[in-house]
Design a protein. Structure first.
Length: 342
């Protein structure tokens, strides 16, 4: 069965086709970075309108890439939450309308479930069970994943997500949008440790995170004189190292407590090369395996939604929505474990 996946939760419009027998058939992604750059962040109304413009064209192009026609589709999966309400409604409306016209199921998929399962699309992807670090602009969570729809929250950020802290810190340093990748590039030219920053909750017994205080510490250091290019690079490097230290320590603790030997890292910040290097070294020293999505699938994309929908169909966890269009901008993953958005 060929499953069409649609992702429109924020500022990327993603479309993909997945078939269990052959894997990822085709996928396309449009980023709105240029659209939002002049505002320094995502403007929800502009994001929704751009999804409306791009989605029909991307669907047509993806089907053409795969050499199939709509009537060959067996199901359509779409991101139902969490995300921007207007952006989610665009994808949901298109998916439900197409499914109704074709007489096939439409499956609301949790955005974070897509990220959690996306490393399994790789040729050497992990097997269940594993511990997952979800680290993106909107979420920083540690999850135990025992199977499709079987997720246990181990810890999460009590304030800013790691990606959000990257973006806000980049703005403090006068960097462009999107801030996270810009800060990582600047950090390559600096030396960590020259402007010491705290490692929030590093030695706490729990697995929760906090990054808002780290952002404030950067502001204080910047105001105290980190103004020239070298000092800004050193501050960027120290910030990146501080976030990495916390993410690595918490992830290692989560894997150790779980008794498992596989760590999965997903989400946009998971593409950070410094974080990957530190995690790889730490896990190798313990004989553990660390897995990531393919680089092109680290950000929001339709492939992870099509894959999650396909796995839910195979596991018997998906139900048709009967043309009901419901999205959840705020939607804890544990509430979606057993079934769909309804």
């Amino acid at each position: 069965m060929i499953v069409l996946g649609i992702e429109s939760s924020c500022d990327e419009t993603g479309v993909a086709l997945y078939a269990p027998a052959t894997g990822l058939v085709a996928h396309r992604l449009h980023s709105q970075i240029d659209l939002h750059a002049e505002y320094g962040g995502v403007v929800p109304e502009l994001a929704s309108r751009d999804h409306i413009r791009r989605l029909p064209q991307l669907i047509a192009l993806t089907l053409s890439d795969a050499g199939i026609v709509p009537r060959e589709l067996g199901a359509i999966g779409y991101t139902a939450g969490p995300g921007l309400a207007g952006a989610l409604l665009v994808g949901a409306s298109v998916a439900e309308a197409m499914a109704f016209a074709l007489g096939i199921p439409a499956l609301p998929i949790h955005h974070l479930e897509g990220h959690l399962l996306s490393p399994m699309l790789a040729a050497d992807g992990p097997d269940f069970p594993f511990v997952a670090l979800l680290v993106s602009g909107g979420h920083t969570q540690l999850m135990r994943v025992d199977g499709v729809g079987r997720y246990q929250l181990l810890g999460e950020s009590v304030d800013d997500a790691a990606g959000e802290a990257f973006d806000k810190t980049a703005k403090l340093l006068g960097l462009g949008y999107p801030g996270g990748p810009e800060l990582a590039r600047l950090a390559e030219h600096g030396t960590a440790g020259r402007t010491p920053l705290p490692r929030p909750m590093l030695r706490a017994d729990h697995l929760d995170f906090s990054f808002s205080g780290l952002k404030t510490a950067v502001l204080t250091a910047f105001d105290n004189g980190c103004r020239n290019a070298d000092e800004r690079a050193d501050l960027a490097a120290e910030f990146q190292q501080a976030v990495t230290d916390v993410l690595v320590a918490k992830s290692l603790k989560a894997v150790e407590q779980s008794g498992l030997d596989t760590l999965v890292v997903a989400g946009g910040v998971g593409a950070n090369r410094h974080l990957r290097s530190e995690l790889a070294q730490a896990c190798a020293g313990r004989g553990w395996r660390v897995c990531y999505p393919e680089p092109e699938l680290c950000t929001d994309n339709g492939a992870m939604i099509a894959f999650a929908a396909s796995l839910r169909l195979q596991a018997g966890l998906a139900e048709s929505t009967d043309l009901g269009i419901t999205v959840r901008p705020r939607w804890p993953l544990e509430q979606a474990s057993a079934g769909t958005v309804r």
